[in-house]
Design a protein around this ligand. Structure first.
Ligand code: GLN
Length: 263
């Protein structure tokens, strides 16, 4: 009998735990003071990725991703809250319900699609290679035996780490940094030979650090989208419909143009 009660207790506790977990996953919060329900969308990002997300002079997080998500939230009548975190924790935050959307210049990959859903893509991007101006490295082929810097957990990291492990670059090593700018600073200081990173942040970082250049030969092409929890298809549909609207109206392009001047 004792055993039965113990089992019953265990089942009850598990039920409470599971229900509690489900409740944590909800994306509705009462945010307004007058009692009206305003849904709060928490957007997870890593604000060291200009021009998509970065701190401006007033210490506010701004950028293309933030403005697109703000516009989407405005159109959907949601309040938007930004959570700045390490890039490699964003997917887990979205999965756990800590955030409803990951907006971080995030590339759609097969592996990530196993963990979260992605919205329709809103821009294309490239992984590029940054080297010192006088470097002998002319393309990815010259990375053999070199020290290559990346931002931890990004596609630049995933691709080159895979290739280095497969022995494609001799004794090359991959140095993982918590964000792109620290990788670029290490390059400036001669601690590493190259940095692989997304093209638009690369342009900003090269402008901010003298003596560096971006190689003409691109490393890889990719597409950015917003990450949303697998079970939150309602929000996924709403975001996709709004993305289509703001693409058709030109509002999305206007945001991009504000941050990226056409070459
Ligand atoms: N696009 C890259 C990725 O998704 C880098 C994103 C970032 O560093 N914010 O992995």
């Amino acid at each position: 009998m004792k055993k039965f009660f113990a089992l019953l207790m265990a089942v009850m506790m598990l039920t409470v735990a599971l229900t509690g977990c489900g409740a944590g996953n909800t994306d509705t919060t009462d945010a307004s003071e007058n009692g009206a329900d305003t849904k709060v969308i928490t957007v997870a990002t890593n604000a060291y990725f200009p021009p998509y997300e970065f701190y401006d002079d007033n210490n506010e997080i701004v950028g293309i991703d933030m403005e697109i998500m703000q516009l989407i939230c405005n159109k959907l009548g949601y309040e938007m809250k930004i959570e700045d975190m390490e890039f490699d924790t964003i997917i887990a935050a979205v999965q756990s319900g800590k955030a409803q959307v990951g907006a971080a210049g995030m590339t759609v990959t097969e592996d990530r699609l196993l963990e979260v859903n992605f919205s329709d893509t809103y821009t294309t991007a490239k992984q590029v290679i940054i080297v010192p101006e006088d470097s002998a490295i002319k393309s990815a082929d010259d990375l053999t035996d070199k020290k290559i810097g990346v931002q931890l957990g990004t596609t630049g990291d995933i691709y080159i780490s895979g290739d280095v492990e497969d022995g494609l670059y001799g004794n090359a090593t991959v140095e993982q940094y918590q964000n792109g700018i620290t990788a670029v600073q290490a390059l400036s200081q001669g601690k590493i030979d190259a940095v692989i990173i997304d093209n638009e942040p690369a342009k900003v970082f090269v402008e901010q650090n003298e003596g560096l250049k971006i190689l003409e030969a691109e490393y890889i092409e990719e597409e950015y989208a917003f990450a949303i929890a697998k079970d939150n298809t309602e929000l996924l549909d709403e975001i996709n419909a709004t993305l289509a609207d703001i693409t058709a109206s030109g509002e999305l392009q206007a945001i991009v143009d504000k941050y990226i001047t056409a070459e």
